[in-house]
Ligand binder design. Structure first.
Ligand code: ADE
Length: 258
């Protein structure tokens, strides 16, 4: 087994709950009020972490995973609101770039740029994202079998797709059509909005650690964004996470990570 673990991070327990029982020889640690589950999966050393919600929570957790657990790669998984046209509830988004949509130190720095880094967009690791996107495609092909027809109909999921591109993060749950329209107009290539990915990306860039962000679209970031939220995480997103992460670990793609 590799000495340094692969880290799988979610904001909330509901997003990770299907994966936790799959951990072999699991040991639980609490650091800075967060839970970390250390063990192995498919022959890989793995640490599962619950970050809490928002950019600071994600940044603290990423720093702990790197400094305390020596994680060699970090994967953030959970739910997001769909922004891009055609990004529907039940689809999966693999981030190729991350940006903080609420970062604005203008006129001192260009809007969205993280001051003194010269960057607004942080690239996810290409190999890691490729491998996860491949596993996500395999999962989508089995969605009806994994979720059951009744759940698909219940959540309005039909022929789910995998999208790859820009994911934006901010310390706000976007829950009005007016707000998501403003975001989509300002950042036309944004596929989805969530609250942690870009913070994890910034920390991983600082520490030169590969990372990826994989999100299941739980809502359209509009006025009905809160409906069925917890049930969706438990019954859809955590199932996708379990299947995609296990496929990724099982197919040995994880060994390719530096
Ligand atoms: N995560 C899931 N849905 C979201 C939304 N609408 N806004 C921000 N984060 C989210």
């Amino acid at each position: 087994m590799e000495p340094h673990p692969l880290a799988i991070v979610s904001a909330m327990h509901e997003e990770l709950r299907a994966l936790v029982p799959a951990l072999v020889d699991a040991q639980q640690h609490t650091l800075a009020g967060r839970r970390f589950f250390v063990g192995s999966m498919h022959g890989h050393a793995v640490v599962l972490a619950l970050s809490g919600i928002g950019k600071v929570s994600a940044a603290t957790t990423a720093t702990l995973l790197i400094n305390e657990f020596n994680a060699r790669a970090l994967v953030f998984t959970g739910v997001a609101g769909g922004l891009g046209a055609g990004v529907r509830v039940g689809d999966v988004v693999v981030a190729r770039q991350l940006l903080q949509h609420d970062m604005d130190a203008s006129p001192l720095f260009p809007r969205y740029e993280v001051p003194l880094t010269g960057r607004a967009r942080f690239d996810a690791d290409a190999g890691l994202s490729n491998a996860l996107a491949t596993s996500a495609l395999r999962c989508m092909a089995r969605a009806a079998e994994l979720l059951g027809e009744a759940h698909m109909i219940d959540f309005g999921i039909d022929s789910p797709l995998v999208h790859e591109g820009l994911v934006v993060s901010g310390d706000r749950f976007v829950s009005t059509a007016a707000e998501s329209r403003v975001l989509a107009e300002a950042l036309p290539d944004a596929l989805a909005v969530e609250m942690e990915g870009a913070a994890l990306a910034q920390v991983c860039a600082d520490f030169h650690r590969p990372f990826a962000v994989l999100r299941t679209v739980s809502d359209r970031a509009d006025d009905s964004a809160h409906a069925d939220f917890t049930r969706f995480m438990t019954e859809v997103a955590s199932v996708y996470t379990r299947v995609i992460v296990q496929d990724w670990l099982h197919t040995n793609a994880a060994r390719a990570v530096a």
